[in-house]
Design a binder for this molecule. Structure first.
Ligand code: KG4
Ligand code: ZN
Length: 340
């Protein structure tokens, strides 16, 4: 197969990023993302606005991806697209575009599960990145997802734990809203956390059995705590912002690591990979590194641009499915709640 020239164009539009990438035999030639700034003023993604922005962005983003890769539509071997999960209106834009383009070019169409893609992003060919060996545990942490997945092979994955309410990125963003920070608040909380005292304000950890997560109780605890403190001292947030952020981060990372430890113990798997926007977090990175020493883990963090929502991760899944001849047909539909 490797003597063949396989070019995959991949399209991702599941949430608020319109993204396109071109892959050649497993290597990324271009990886373009148009992030939608419009949601910042609303403090969260507004689905209707996201769909409209995808409509505006999709043609220029795909054009740019092809140009940057130095190829034309005629060179493409297949079109891969995110089928789900995600926001229906957003998914429909990428799905319809991909179907039409594949039909027009008369080349295979390949549907991709966004959650599988976050995990398989680790298999993009990159010179200095080591690919996790099977089986491994993948923890996907972002504004939309929080899952622990046992990955036995490329397409043999089992979700063994997931959030029963908010995603971990949402916990960051909603905490930030309470503190009056901008959206998304994760990076700012992370930056301040590194300047503050993590033990300043203890927050309770949720009691959720097994490998599932819950973050909505933490958000409520933070809200009540801040309401109480600002009643006594209206300047409380300003005076203690770094310590508050450090305490929130300490609690959240503690929750994630507790579950990873349990998952590793239950499955006897010590290869641990992460993905999703929250894997940029300094706290989770430090905790994983110390897990290498403490628990004998080997940990894998993909290149940052393959971690947040992007089309390169859709391309690698498209490539792997192309090699298997696993194509979709024109009747394929977007699926907001698609499961792994
Ligand atoms: O993967 P992503 O770009 O989009 C999806 O949600 O799918 O993740 C965005 C999320 C946001 O909730 C943002 O606050 C969070 O990732 N985030 C972080 C950090 N960087 C981004 N959370 C904590 N620490 C960070 N450094
Ligand atoms: Zn995602």
């Amino acid at each position: 197969m490797s003597s063949q020239n396989i070019y995959i164009l991949a399209i991702e539009s599941s949430c608020d990023d319109t993204a396109a990438a071109v892959m050649h035999n497993g290597k990324i030639l271009s990886n373009i993302v148009a992030s939608q700034k419009i949601h910042e003023e609303y403090g969260g993604v507004v689905p209707e606005l996201a769909s409209r922005a995808h409509q505006q962005n999709i043609v220029p983003v795909v054009d740019q991806a092809l140009k940057k890769a130095g190829i034309t539509k005629a060179d493409l071997s297949a079109i891969a697209f995110t089928r789900g999960p995600g926001l229906m209106g957003s998914l429909l834009v990428g799905t319809s575009f991909a179907k039409s383009l594949a039909f027009g070019l008369n080349i295979p169409l390949i549907d991709v599960n966004h959650m599988q893609a976050h995990i398989l992003a680790h298999y993009i060919e990159e010179d200095d990145f080591v690919k996790p060996p099977f089986p491994f545990l993948a923890m996907t942490i972002s504004g939309g997802h929080t899952q622990i997945v046992k990955v036995s092979d490329y397409f043999n994955m089992e979700v063994i734990g997931e959030t029963i309410d908010d995603a971990v990125g949402e916990a960051y963003d909603k905490s930030g809203k309470i503190l009056g920070l901008g959206y998304p608040a994760g990076p700012e909380i992370d930056r301040r956390a590194q300047l503050g005292n993590a033990k300043a304000f203890p927050f309770p950890k949720p009691k959720v059995d097994g490998l599932n997560f819950s973050f909505s109780g933490l958000k409520t605890a933070i809200l009540y705590f801040i309401q109480k403190q600002t009643k006594n001292n209206p300047n409380f947030i300003n005076e203690h912002l770094d310590d508050i952020c450090a305490s929130i981060q300490y609690t959240i990372i503690g929750i994630l690591i507790d579950k990873l430890k349990l998952a590793s113990k239950q499955t006897a798997i010590k290869h641990i990979a992460i993905g999703g926007g929250v894997s940029a977090n300094s706290g989770i990175r430090a905790a994983l590194k110390s897990g290498e020493q403490k628990f004998g883990w080997t940990t894998y963090i993909p290149k940052f641009e393959y971690t947040t929502d992007n089309a390169a991760m859709i391309a690698i899944v498209g490539y792997l499915k192309f090699l298997e001849g696993n194509y979709a047909d024109q009747s394929v539909m977007a699926s907001a709640r698609l499961k792994i």
